[in-house]
Design a protein around this ligand. Structure first.
Ligand SMILES: Cc1ncc(COP(=O)(O)O)c(C=O)c1O
Length: 396
């Protein structure tokens, strides 16, 4: 039988990172490709304890029953407090929606706002799964230039006007893929500019808690005066990605629409997952655990930067993030990292090709390197392998 898929799904393939997940299962390959938190940072003992307590509680049948789409009320209440750590004050129950990871928050925001052909502005480069998802709603992504301070405000305004843009998607803190962070002034200016033109902003924030250097920066949402910013935070990188919990914060009308969208998607985030994250936050485990994780990530990042300086060709330029999970690097244009990739795999080292992060598919001379998953010895060995390989390629 011929399968005739929808127009929406026609151009969708598995994302490069999901495909590369398969490579992670080969222990011989040193992978800088995924975005997994370090295994040693997963709070296994604490979650075991919480899970036992949940099962032993007289309230346990409530966990096994259907729940509210917006999430457990006590969890949502806790989340109103939690987002204060991102500089977002005054959130009430009607402003928060429990989501099954940040990815679902993005999906629900797109579902609520995007019609086929609507233009969505994104930082160039941006999170590749966003590009895929936007495509599935038949949105059209256009890249906005960025500099070390954040988005180029002139380019942003020009493109908002030129395309009559409906939405802006950005990862202002420790971006995936670049690891860069927008300044406070840049955040304020983006909040003002998008409010002026009535552009909805998705502020995607899975990484801000993973800061090992530099000053805390409040969320862009904290500068939102008109309710056009949707803040999406996830517990994947700081508690567990497998537990699938996160929170969306926004104006009540937007949250309500996203809640209705969520009913169609999964009815509600699994109660057990919600309860684990709720108890984890309520018991005050996050701050001390983060302190340890951030130290681990800082050490791994330092090991990668050191190895890059030692082994990579001198033409290779890269970012120096203060947090998050990624370093972003650029080779001279004659290097095509897509073509080189099979040779890297043959030498048992993996990276992500930069072109998947650009709205127009350009950027074949860029790579994203993840430093959270491998240990420091593997980081040194993997970067050495890449350095040798790319030095050979540059000499050809
Ligand atoms: C920028 C960004 N947004 C969203 C996600 C989705 O994460 P989750 O759905 O696990 O919260 C990721 C995961 O890597 C990411 O890097």
């Amino acid at each position: 039988m011929e399968l005739i898929f929808s127009e929406r799904m026609k151009n969708m393939n598995g994302t490069a990172t999901r495909e590369i997940f398969k490579l992670l299962s080969n222990p011989e390959i040193i992978s800088f490709a995924g975005g997994n938190p370090a295994i040693e940072c997963l709070p296994t003992e604490r979650v075991k304890l919480i899970a036992n307590d949940i099962c032993a509680s007289p309230d346990f049948p409530r966990v096994l029953q259907y729940g509210l789409t917006a999430g457990f009320p006590e969890f949502r209440q806790e989340l109103c407090k939690y987002v204060e750590t991102a500089g977002i004050y005054g959130a009430e129950m009607q402003n928060v929606l429990v989501i099954s990871g940040g990815q679902q928050g993005i999906d629900l925001a797109l579902k609520a706002f995007i019609n086929p052909g609507d233009v969505i502005l994104v930082e160039d480069p941006t999170y590749l799964a966003f590009l895929q998802l936007a495509n599935s709603y038949e949105g059209v992504c256009k890249g906005v230039k960025a500099n070390d301070d954040g988005l180029d405000l002139n380019d942003l305004e020009e493109k908002i006007k030129k395309y009559n843009a409906k939405m802006l998607y950005c990862v202002p803190t420790f971006s995936n893929p670049t690891g860069k962070t927008y300044s406070v002034e840049n955040r304020k200016a983006i909040a003002e500019l998008t409010a002026k033109y009535g552009v909805i902003v998705i502020e995607d924030d899975p990484y801000s808690k993973l800061r090992f250097k530099g000053e805390y920066v409040p969320a862009m949402k904290s500068f939102d005066k008109t309710g056009n910013v949707i803040f999406i935070s996830s517990f994947s990188k700081i508690i567990s990605p497998g537990n699938r919990t996160g929170v969306a914060v926004g104006a009540p009308e937007i949250i309500r629409k996203m809640e209705i969208g969520k009913q169609g998607t999964d009815l509600h985030t699994p109660n057990f997952s919600q309860m684990i994250t709720y108890e984890y936050l309520k018991r005050g485990y996050l701050a001390p655990d983060l302190e340890k994780s951030v130290k681990i990530y800082g050490d791994k990042k330092a090991a990668m930067s050191k190895a890059i300086a030692k082994y990579m060709p001198e033409e290779f330029e890269c970012t120096d993030p203060d947090g998050g999970l990624f370093i972003w690097g650029r080779f001279p244009e004659k290097i095509d990292v897509v073509k080189v990739f099979p040779e890297a795999i043959a030498r048992k080292v993996a990276y992500i090709q930069g072109c998947v992060f650009f709205a127009d598919g350009s950027g074949n001379n860029y790579i994203r390197l993840n430093y959270s998953y491998a240990n420091t010895d593997m980081i040194e060995e993997g970067i050495k392998r890449l350095g040798d390989l790319f030095k050979e390629k540059l000499a050809e």
